[in-house]
Design a protein around this ligand. Structure first.
Ligand code: ATR
Length: 272
């Protein structure tokens, strides 16, 4: 029996066990994927416990995505540049290798939803400058987008994040104007999520070929995406990013690169 899981604090709301459980069943693999609630002050001993228990790896979620890095023997270049680890492989000698699959999840979701999207030479506007934005900027750059605008309530965070990508920083008060001429607009904040404030933005100036991507998936059709559809723009919902980011971990631990299917999407959305 191959054992993997996810660590976080809290962890009970994680959808990862459902995703990996679905794939284990789908591919007939003798494995398990469980949640492990580990408090920040017990991170090192908790992780050691998982290694001793024979786990081949695990996902890492809040609040451990940065603090796990010093516990890793090696960290992929991608995770180092993003500044966070969300996927761990336990090596035979017990050492940890850290990786980040959020950029892959973000890009793959867009590639599968809008296959004809032209990455090279595109102009992208990133709304927000938190942890999710870090992975997304990396993904944009890796896929050939160099004309990047960032708008964020706190300008300084946008400046810090954008410097490595020569991004243009747009004041939060001017955010609507930054959308004009954008081929891709991404909400990387949690605004618009059930229970959060809405994202106050106006898409009136965008062109019909613009792709509007929201990483929020509860609700699936956020106000932002509804507005985008009214403008005749193409949309990418957030559920795919969650599902695609899980794929590299599953392959590393269980030896099969899994597919994201409409059925899996329905199952995960059904339990929101
Ligand atoms: P995550 O890691 O999920 O990206 P985060 O690091 O807390 O979460 O980032 C949240 C993002 O949402 C930030 O860009 C934050 O803006 P600030 O840098 O100004 O904090 C943005 N955000 C959160 N609440 C907001 C609000 N009410 N209005 C505008 N932006 C908001």
């Amino acid at each position: 029996m191959i054992k993997a899981g996810v660590i976080g604090h809290p962890i009970s709301h994680s959808k990862s066990p459902l995703i990996h459980g679905y794939w284990l069943k789908q591919y007939g693999i003798d494995g398990e994927y469980k949640t492990y609630d580990i408090a920040p002050e017990e991170l090192e001993s908790g992780v050691r416990g998982l290694v001793d228990a024979g786990l081949v790896g695990f996902n890492v979620t809040l609040p451990h995505k940065q603090n796990i890095m010093p516990l890793c023997k090696t960290v992929s270049d991608e995770a180092r540049l993003i500044g966070a680890v969300n996927t761990i492989t336990v090596l035979k000698n017990g050492d940890l290798h850290g990786h980040n699959t959020d950029a892959f999840g973000f890009a793959q979701n867009l590639k599968e939803t809008v296959p004809d999207f032209k990455w090279d030479g595109a102009t992208a506007t990133v709304i927000g400058a938190g942890g999710a934005a870090r992975a997304i900027l990396y993904a944009l750059y890796q896929n050939g987008i160099t004309d990047i605008r960032i708008t964020n309530r706190t300008r300084e965070s946008a400046e810090n994040l954008g410097a490595a990508y020569s991004a243009k920083i747009v004041d939060w008060d001017d955010r609507n104007s930054s959308l004009v001429g954008s081929d891709l607009i991404i909400n990387t904040t949690s605004l618009g999520m059930k229970g959060q404030s809405p994202l106050d933005i106006n898409l009136k100036g965008i062109h019909k070929n613009t792709v509007v991507y929201d990483i929020v998936y509860a609700p699936l059709m956020t106000d932002l995406l509804q507005q985008a559809e009214q403008q005749g723009a193409r949309i990418v919902t957030g559920i795919g990013m969650l599902l695609h980011q899980a794929r590299p971990g599953f392959e590393a631990w269980f030896g099969h690169f899994p597919d994201v299917t409409p059925e899996l999407e329905e199952i995960i959305l059904g339990i929101n």
